[in-house]
Ligand binder design. Structure first.
Ligand SMILES: [Zn+2]
Length: 249
C-alpha cells in the first residue's frame, strides 16, 4: 500500500455527513464523542428532512420538523457537536446526487475538516437510497473540493486556502479496517440515542442499545479494549483508482 491508512485518533476537526438525523450517532457516536471530548471541533451536516420516519402521523410537517430539530440539539449536546447544519432534502425523495455533492463540497470548503465521516455507500444489501446517495456524494465531494477550479459560492471560495483533509471514515460499513476505542464516548453516544424519540419507540430503542452493545464488545475485542466502533478509514487518495482497495481490511 503506497498511501497508509490515516490515524483517526489525531482528528481535530470533523465534518460528519449523515443521511438522517440519527445516523452519525447510531453508527459512530462513540468515536465522535471521544474525539470531541479530546478537543475536536465537530460539525454535523444532515441531508434529509427526516419527515418520513416520524412515527406520529397526526403531527404537521412543521411540528415534526420542530421536534426533529430539538431532538438533534439534545443529542448533539451529549456527543459534543458544535454546529448542526441541515439540507432538508425530502426523506427518500427525488433529488439530484450531483447537486448534493456540490452542497457537501461547499460545506467541506467552509468547515475545512481534517476528517470527513459519512456512511459507506457500498454496504451490502443497503436498500435506502438516501444512504447510498449521501455516501457517494460525500466521497466524490471529498475528491473534488480541494481542486482550484472547482467552484461552490464566491464568498466561501474566496476564504478557502486549500484542503486540510487527511482522511475519511466510513460507518455502517461491512469492511472495517479500524477499530476505534470508544471508552471515553460510549455513554454519551447511548444517551444521545435516547433523544431520537420521534422515530424510535421505546422497544426499538431497547433493541438498538442491546444490538449496539453486542457489536461494540465484538469490535472491542479487535481493538484490545472493552468497547469499540468498526470504521473504514481511508486517505482521500484511496477514493479513486485504488488497486489496493480489496486488501485494505
Ligand atoms: Zn439513515
Amino acid at each position: 500500500m503506497l498511501v497508509p491508512i490515516p490515524d483517526l485518533t489525531r482528528a481535530r476537526r470533523l465534518l460528519c455527513v449523515q443521511p438522517h438525523y440519527d445516523d452519525n450517532d447510531l453508527a459512530a457516536g462513540g468515536t465522535i464523542a471521544t474525539l470531541a471530548a479530546a478537543g475536536a471541533h465537530v460539525v454535523y451536516l444532515t441531508v434529509a428532512d427526516d419527515l418520513l420516519g416520524v412515527l406520529d402521523p397526526a403531527l404537521s410537517d412543521d411540528e415534526a420538523r420542530a421536534r426533529i430539530a430539538e431532538e438533534q440539539r439534545v443529542a448533539g449536546k451529549e456527543v459534543g457537536v458544535a454546529e448542526q447544519c441541515r439540507l432538508e432534502l425530502p426523506d427518500a425523495g427525488r433529488w439530484d446526487v450531483l447537486a448534493l455533492r456540490d452542497s457537501i463540497a461547499r460545506e467541506l470548503r467552509r468547515v475545512n475538516p481534517d476528517f470527513l465521516l459519512t456512511v459507506d455507500p457500498w454496504l451490502a444489501d443497503e436498500a435506502h437510497r438516501d444512504h447510498t446517495r449521501t455516501g457517494i456524494a460525500a466521497l466524490e465531494a471529498a475528491l473534488l473540493f480541494g481542486l482550484p477550479r472547482y467552484r461552490t459560492t464566491p464568498e466561501i471560495d474566496a476564504g478557502f486556502a486549500g484542503s486540510a483533509l487527511r482522511g475519511v471514515a466510513l460507518y455502517f460499513t461491512g469492511r472495517p479496517n479500524t477499530w476505534f476505542d470508544i471508552g471515553a464516548g460510549r455513554d454519551a453516544k447511548h444517551r444521545a440515542l435516547d433523544a431520537y424519540v420521534s422515530q424510535l419507540d421505546p422497544d426499538t430503542l431497547r433493541v438498538i442499545h442491546a444490538g449496539l452493545e453486542s457489536k461494540e464488545r465484538r469490535w472491542g475485542e479487535r481493538a484490545g479494549c472493552t468497547f469499540a466502533e468498526g470504521l473504514r478509514v481511508l486517505h482521500p487518495a484511496h477514493l479513486h483508482c485504488n488497486p489496493d482497495a480489496e486488501e485494505m481490511v
